[in-house]
Design a protein around this ligand. Sequence first.
Ligand code: HEM
Length: 440
Amino acid sequence: MTEDTNQTGQTGQTDDTQHTDRADAGAPSRRSLLGWGGAGLALGAAAAGGAVAMARSDSGDDVVPAGATGAAVAFHGAHQAGIATGVQDRLHFAAFDVKTDDREEFVTLLKEWTKAAARMTAGHAVGEGAFGGLAEAPPDDTGEALGLKPSRLTLTIGFGPSLFEKYGDAFGLTGKRPKALVDLPKFPGDNLDPARGGGDLCVQACADDPQVAVHAIRNLARIGFGKVAIRWSQLGFGKTSSTTPEAQTPRNLMGFKDGTRNISGTDGKALAEHVWVGAKDGPDWMVGGSYLVARRIRMHIETWDRTSLQEQEDIFGRDKGEGAAVGKAKERDEPFLRAMKPDAHVRLAHPRSNGGATILRRGYSFTDGTDGLGRLDAGLFFLAYQRDVRKGFIPVQRSLAASDALNEYIQHVGSAVFAIPPGVRDTNDWWGRALFTGKA
Ligand code: HEM
């Protein structure tokens, strides 16, 4: 057994010896990762005195050397990984519907999922592994990630409004739905497909290797068989935002740098102010958690590709090459909003245009084949984390939906909102424990 310590000084046990190890011998151990992350650890310790601690020691590219994409991200901590931690290259997002009204059965599933998630994020196979067990029973693990490194896999769970509405009585959740977990209003231009939205639960799997992310969702679905079923899912590639400002800003499918002005995963002050649920926000079981809005946004790629460069740049209010705001030279120069067209995306989305509303964006591009009309079914799977949806996504989207010049080229086709509980503290803790036991 090894022991690892996260930014809050809590310790967690990682069983490295008993089970089939998924990663090859060359993969960095979590202890060596913490060694690289010394700088982040110090920062984390400094912030830990506050009500909410800041990003993990192994929060991402800032502490993990370039090329170390095989590394593991700590699973245990005050906050769930996959929010402030460094954004990985790939996504498999799944929304589940609950299929049991037996509280005990559901709680047991959450505990089993937590155990499996801790193992998979550390690069281990689930349970006794993919082979070598009872010949008469299906293996504990499906096997396709054998030999692959942890790939910075993070697994982030969320609870949807329908969990509280449908299972309030059965699961003892009546009155526990957070006020901030609102049903999103209908925005002008929405063309939402119910088959691509909602969900009682969600799991966001992010990793640098798509097979590792898909393996994780598949194994959670397998463990949940008969108790939960996948309602919809989304694969993503090419992160469209960064939580590590020193890294090169990625580009979205429209060819523009995306994520220039985003909350940094090491900015403890901004995270506490805009992302993590605070002690006074309520309910108690959500303190240290966050709220996630997921929107599948289709892009009319073919129309965009026939649009002039000048118009494209006017639409965003930034230039395509450098990513600088109108009238500015460098990507990071502070935007002067009034130099942009009144309907420019950046002008309308900027916190100063929305009473300070600030969100942490963590979206991915997607291409799901074609639509039968010769057009790509492609776009942005937009993921935004915030402390309160009513003060984050809703005001920003209200102003975008009303006037954004980009609307001619995009359509929101899927939507979901989830309460993201705080992190799993140690090996005795489990996803959703505070919600189900009433003890934070
Ligand atoms: C397909 C849809 C979208 C595309 C292609 C897109 C693209 C972009 C780009 C290129 C930027 C400028 C670079 C940056 O600072 O990140 C930007 C900024 C931003 N976008 Fe979007 N975006 C989309 C949808 C949305 C939605 C739905 C929201 C929220 C409701 C949003 C919120 C923001 C915010 C808050 C900023 C930063 C504004 C600032 O502080 O300057 N975006 N987006």
